[in-house]
Design a protein around this ligand. Structure first.
Ligand SMILES: [Zn+2]
Length: 109
């Protein structure tokens, strides 16, 4: 079995950092907008950037949570498609991988 202890603590730290980032972005987004139209327009495009950052952070949070869940129920490293081991090499390159290379290729084609 793969040693998941270190990975788990790394992921937990990453999760905390991401959650803090999302909270910051949220409070930036909630900051009251000025009434001046020109300023408002530039604030709105800034909001789109913030929302993009927020949604990518949220995606990563979702992925990390699902990996942590798989570590907890001892299924981390098993392919979600065929149930075989994903393999240490693939996991090192793609810690969030839930499919082995064969199933991933099949899903992509
Ligand atoms: Zn597979």
């Amino acid at each position: 079995m793969t040693d998941t202890k270190e990975l788990k603590s790394q992921l937990e730290q990453r999760l905390i950092a991401l959650e803090a980032r999302v909270a910051n972005l949220e409070s930036d987004l909630r900051t009251a907008h000025s009434q001046d139209w020109e300023e408002r327009t530039s604030e709105i495009s800034g909001d789109e950037v913030l929302e993009g950052l927020e949604s990518s952070a949220m995606d990563e949070i979702t992925q990390i949570r699902s990996v942590l869940k798989r570590i907890d129920d001892d299924s981390y490293g098993d392919c979600g498609g065929c149930g075989k081991e994903i393999g240490a090499k693939r996991l090192a390159a793609l810690p969030f991988a839930v499919l082995c290379i064969h199933c991933a290729n099949r899903a992509a084609s």
